[in-house]
Every structure is written in structure tokens, then in C-alpha cells.
Ligand binder design. Sequence first.
Ligand SMILES: [Zn+2]
Ligand SMILES: [Zn+2]
Length: 351
Amino acid sequence: MLECVGYGATAASTPVAPFSFNRRDPGPDDVVIKIAYCGVCHSDLHQVRNEWRNTVYPCVPGHEIVGHIVAVGKNVTKFHEGEAAGVGCMVGSCRTCAACKEGLENYCEVGFNATYNGVDPIIGGPTFGGYSDSIVVDQHFVLKIPEGMDLAATAPLLCAGITTYSPLKHWGAGPGKKVGIVGLGGLGHMGLKIAHAMGAHTVLFTTSAGKTEDAKKLGADEVVISKDPAAMAAQGETFDFILDTVAADHPIDAYLGLLKRDGTLCQVGAPENPLSIAVFSVIWRRRSFAGSLIGGIPETQEMLDFCAKHGLVADIEMIAMDKIEDAYARMLKSDVKYRFVIDMATLPKAA
Ligand SMILES: [Zn+2]
Ligand SMILES: [Zn+2]
């Protein structure tokens, strides 16, 4: 077994704290990555506090992982030692269903194996995520980090980047298209950068006027204060696509009403309670209300290559591992621009 140190939670009510654990010995198809940085996703907080009521403890979160390869199994052809590599939300899938064969492992028909709170296929027990010194992953689920990318600022691309890239690509964001991004948090700020780089006319919707300047710097062509009915009405029915990243309850009809005929609103933020929609909002112009879940492995690599080509990374605030609970508290107040990233050099050597 590979002995690891990290930070994890042993129950929903206990803070994330130093934790020692074992990972499987690397097999012939595995890559061992020494983790340099791990992004802090809102899912980490939901999972450690059992807010989705499915957490298996102990729980070591983290699915925005970057680092360097320190060992490869004998069947590994895609990677070599010393190379920079990343791991996102998945570490396994059936590899045989129609979705997996299309490279859409995120939609695996039997369910993908999650980077944390999944099940290790060799040793059983939960998979442990990136708040740790190293990780063992099948090469199929490891991503190449293009040369020259800032490693720490690349970490959030593995979840926030692909979660926004995939729907923007799927619904054709590009030149001649008008795209809305709702919310300027971890997801929204990446959605904004990517939609702008794809060449779409990009409009950010936010409730706070204080975010206007930032949004423009990040790539917004226009910023609309969504609480202002006149500003919303002034947009008319002009959007081809709107990507909604907001995870709190909010009125969807106001956004559906801004779509052109056949336009789509895609939800990637996941509010806890069901959203209500006036059905005429979609009947009226044959509009669609849709959702999207991260992206497949080939598309995640494509996203990293796209971001490298366009010089895109996340805007981050680096934290030491022992500041994770403070980071969670600030995240709940949206007090971060725009993603926390943990510097794994700050991990204790033993837990
Ligand atoms: Zn995430
Ligand atoms: Zn599958």
C-alpha cells in the first residue's frame, strides 16, 4: 500500500484535519502523481459536511488536482516520470458502455467512479481526493498539462474549467453568438473567460454592481445587473445560449425570457431546492432548459489545450492546507476571487 498524508473529515460535524491513509499499490495501468496544488470546489464542502447525504467517512476531498508524475506502471504509454499532470472529478468508469466508448465517461451508464467518495476498485473502501501528498490513478483518467501553464492556476480548470467549457462547446458558443453567463463565482469566472475566448459576444449577469469592473476585465462584453428589471428587459430576446452557474434559489423565467427562438438555458449550478419554471417561458419560443455535468476525458484534455492556447487559467487565491476551514467559511460568503487553491507544500509530513 502507498502511505499518504492529507487532510480529511472523519464525520460531518468535525473539521477537515490532518489524516493518514493508504492508497492502492500502483498497478500496471496506474500513474502516481505527487500533488503540487489542489483547487477548492464547493462540492468539497458539500461532501465533507454530508450535505448530499451520501458521504462515506473518512472523506478526503479535492478534485482539481495538479502535480508531477513520480511513477508509471508497465502498461503506461501516455505518460512518463517527471511530467506535469492533472486529475479532475473522475478516476474510473465502466469503459464499455455507449457513453464511455464515445469518450463521455462523465455520463457512464453505470456511473463514473468519483475522485473522492467513490470506491477504489482494488482495495474497496472510499476513493480519497486531492487534499493529500500523492494519488494513484489509471492513466486513462489522467490529463496532460500543456507546457508553460501556471500549475496552481490550472488546478481549477479540472472541475470549474471543464464544467463550463463542455456546455459552451456543446451549444455552439462562438463568433456571431450571444452568450450569457449567470453568476461570477468559481464557475462563472471560468465560463466568462472561455466564452469570450471562443469568440462569443459574452454578457455577464450578476446581482452585485460591484462586480462590473472585474467582469469586464475577465472578458465580459456587457454586464447586466439582474436585479434591475429595466436592464434585463433592455436585453430583449437576443441570447443564443445562457449558462447559469448559480447554486442558490433564483428566478429562472427571467433568463429563459431573454433567449431567442430555439435558444437554450443550461444549468450547471445546482440549487438545493427544485426550481420552478413557468412553462410558457419555454413554449413561447421553443426554448430549452438543460443541464450539463463536467465533461469527458477527451474533452477535458481539449479544454486544457484550448486554455493553454488562449492563455487562460483561473484567478486564484493560494492558501496553506491548515487554512481550509477558513477558506470554506469565506467561500460560503462568496469572499474569494475566484477560486482557492491549496499549496500542498504546506501539508504536514505526518498526520
Ligand atoms: Zn468540483
Ligand atoms: Zn460506462
